[in-house]
Design a protein. Sequence first.
Length: 231
Amino acid sequence: MAERPFAAARARSPIPDATVARLPLYHRVLLGLADQGMATVSSDALAASAGVSPAKLRKDLSFLGSYGTRGVGYDVAHLLGQIGGELGISLEWPVVVVGVGHLGHALANYGGFATRGFRLAGLVDADSALVGSVVAGVTVQPLAELADIVRAENIAIGVIATPADAAQGVAELLIDAGVQSILNFAPVVLAVPDDVEVRKVDLASELQILAFHEQRKLSSPLMAPAVGDAL
């Protein structure tokens, strides 16, 4: 079984968390530019496409040792390689998705896994009616076999797409099997050891934040009807 290098790479990284969170965005924009045949891009153009300020972009990329060339900008292919190296995209990360309901199906069929350095290596569900079905070319296996799948496939990342009441138990099974990186879609906060990295995706919370901003717009004086306007 090959040793996974990602834990050591993460430990040595001096890049701030806020910058790390923006690197996938820069990588996606650069992929689009490369597909268009662009060899170079200015910091202003790259920042505008990524939705950040040029100053923030330049500071983020400076952590990679990339400063661009005055009057030319950044070499797209070189910068893709730098960011991809920091994100581990040059490696193949085996992923297991636990929970093959509607969300699990959608995640399994997500085409971005393969193009961004991830391989869907396992699908697991506790529902016997789903076990044995094939989704995205992968056979759904029972939850009881999760630890065996993790070890056999050298799973690097576990994705939890279960109901909230099952998520903590699944996280513990993943951790016991050796998984130290978890992407959690369940609407619950997981209790995990300090050395386990958890990223939470809460779709309901994100929608509520958008609703908050929409409400603020409606209550803004700029949105209020002018005197004499029909009410």
